[in-house]
Design a protein around this ligand. Structure first.
Ligand SMILES: C[S@@+](CC[C@H](N)C(=O)[O-])C[C@H]1O[C@@H](n2cnc3c(N)ncnc32)[C@H](O)[C@@H]1O
Length: 263
């Protein structure tokens, strides 16, 4: 069973009914990624310029979450990663070139931001930005975000962004999709009560997949009441590079906000 967002991507009562009728067996058929591996895409694109390599050498060791902290099986407090106190902590999974993460961090200097991105060129772009315009409230990890997510303590994050995750179109690759039941369990654990899971995509089947997976999870509630709520970004939205490219091609972006509720 999957949620259909309809020809015009209109959320319908039928979708809500079909969700209500799901069985655990059907849920299983939706596919859960095997434990341990969530990283499948490319890690390097064009060779880095000498300048970018130097920036990586300088900043990556300073801003990276230390490996020994990633071994803390569900106990890592994000506050231990920074030199100053922050009120809330947020995580961006797969930040691409980092423009969304950097803009968010600059806009909200009282919050601490964690970003995970295995793509070296993306990390180099973010670090170059930070070097040009310093920003004290970001820590990064150049690896699978789920390693970090598994390490974080219970209820330590105010929100998680997963913007335009790889859609893995082929059916046999659906299990690679980062929004899946076992990862949702981890997101649920590390989010504070009322915390947000923010997902975007311009790929219709991916939107349907993410709505289905998150809505089937007993701990998340989709905040949308009408299609207007997910077809337009909130007023203060920061667009990613991918999103701007997609918008140029006149594809529809989809903004899906889920809130952690009591199970
Ligand atoms: C389509 S891109 C979107 C990038 C960015 N969020 C944006 O909207 O511009 C998907 C990104 O997710 C990253 N990614 C894929 N699997 C990941 C994982 N397990 N942990 C962290 N990042 C991941 C990829 O390297 C890629 O940069």
């Amino acid at each position: 069973m999957a949620v259909s967002l309809g020809k015009n991507w209109i959320w319908s009562k039928t979708c809500k009914r079909s969700l209500a009728n799901h069985t655990p067996q059907q849920e299983k058929l939706q596919g859960s990624a095997p434990h341990g591996r969530s990283l499948f895409g490319r890690r390097i694109g064009r060779p880095l310029s000498t300048q970018k390599k130097e920036t990586m050498d300088r900043l990556l060791p300073v801003l990276s979450i230390p490996e020994e902290k990633l071994d803390q099986a569900g106990t890592l407090p994000p506050s231990s990663l920074f030199n100053q106190d922050f009120s809330d902590f947020w995580l961006e999974i797969g930040f691409g070139y980092g423009e969304h993460l950097a803009a968010l961090a600059r806009k909200n200097p009282d919050n601490g931001y964690l970003g995970a991105e295995p793509f070296i060129n993306g990390m180099a772009a973010l670090l170059t930005d930070i070097e040009n315009k310093p920003c004290e409230n970001i820590r990064v990890m150049m690896n699978d975000a789920m390693i970090l997510a598994r390490s974080l303590g219970n209820e330590t994050l105010q929100g998680i962004y997963i913007l335009n995750p790889d859609p893995w179109h082929k059916t046999r690759h659906h299990k690679r999709r980062i929004v899946n039941r076992s990862n949702l369990d981890i997101f649920y654990r590390i989010l504070q009560p009322g915390g947000l899971l923010i997902l975007t995509t311009d790929v219709e089947p991916m939107a349907e997949w993410m709505v289905t997976q998150a809505s089937l999870h007993p701990g998340f509630q989709w905040k949308a009441k009408t299609s207007k709520d997910w077809l337009a970004p909130p007023p203060d939205w920061i667009a990613t590079r991918y999103e701007t490219k997609g918008a140029k091609n006149a594809k529809k972006m989809c903004y899906l906000f889920f809130q952690k509720t009591d199970k």
